[in-house]
Design a protein around this ligand. Structure first.
Ligand SMILES: C[S@@+](CC[C@H](N)C(=O)[O-])C[C@H]1O[C@@H](n2cnc3c(N)ncnc32)[C@H](O)[C@@H]1O
Length: 241
């Protein structure tokens, strides 16, 4: 599926007709409208837009790739930092009917809209949104995982306030099972990662997580660049040893 006119319009993001056309062509074939979660995913984007949420949900190809990684690994519990309208949570939960998803969100309006979207998608019983700054909410989740009340994490998606990328990765590793996969989104951002002119907090957050994760003996890492309907960006992938 493509976002069908609901695509991201953020200012750092370069539209490219070929990249967009390739996404549209491939998604038409690999995620056609007959797919069971097709309509609920579009509903979530539409409802989020109508309720005034920013147009910054993860690209469909990327969110589906995350959902398929969870399926390939048989993940029991996935964690997302930054829920927004629940778009990626819906992908994760609909593709993985046996998996729990926990998602952390600071904004009460985003959480409320996401809750509507999760209910519409029929996955509200397996996706729990915890409201608050992720660093405040994480200790409670950690104690539930440490006590065995919740399974250890097999998949983590870091997509919240970019200046905390490294802190989130650093803290979450201890809650993961060996072999768990952690992704940090928006690392490349049109090449700003290596642009010496870019000295903003988000870019520092991207550089810090790349530099620190690369030295960390608890994980093996790679950074992948990609293009698509949402422009040129990339993510860091870390696999827990
Ligand atoms: C890029 S959006 C997330 C998109 C979402 N992962 C998706 O795929 O649709 C970032 C979200 O992180 C939330 N956020 C920002 N700072 C946060 C923090 N300190 N703790 C938790 N959530 C935060 C924002 O309110 C926003 O909803």
């Amino acid at each position: 599926m493509s976002t069908q006119g609901l695509a991201f319009t953020g200012k750092w993001h370069v539209q490219n007709k070929t990249w967009t056309a390739v996404d549209a062509y491939t998604q038409e074939h690999v995620h056609p409208p007959t797919t069971s979660n097709y309509n609920v995913l579009l509903d979530a984007l539409r409802n989020s837009r109508d309720k005034g949420l920013p147009d910054i949900a993860t690209a469909p190809t990327v969110a589906k790739m995350y959902a398929l990684q969870c399926k390939a690994r048989g993940v029991r519990h996935a964690l997302e930092f930054g829920t927004l309208g629940g778009y990626t949570s819906i992908w994760l939960a609909t593709v993985n009917p046996g998996m729990q998803v926990t998602s952390l969100e600071i904004n009460a309006h985003h959480k409320a809209v996401a809750q509507e979207n999760l209910e519409n998608a029929g996955v509200a019983d397996r996706v729990t949104i915890r409201l608050g700054p992720a660093l405040d909410v994480l200790p409670q989740l950690a104690s539930e995982i440490e006590s065995g009340a919740k399974p250890r994490l097999g998949f983590v998606y870091i997509d919240a306030d970019k200046q905390n990328n490294w802190t989130y990765l650093d803290r979450v590793i201890a809650l993961c099972e060996p072999g768990a996969v952690i992704y940090v989104d928006n690392i490349v951002r049109g090449g700003s990662l290596v642009d010496p002119e870019r000295q903003d907090e988000r870019t520092f957050g991207a550089r810090q997580v790349v530099e620190n994760a690369g030295k960390d003996p608890r994980v093996d890492c790679v950074v992948m660049q990609f293009v698509g309907e949402k422009g040129y960006d990339g993510m860091l992938m870390a696999v827990v040893r």
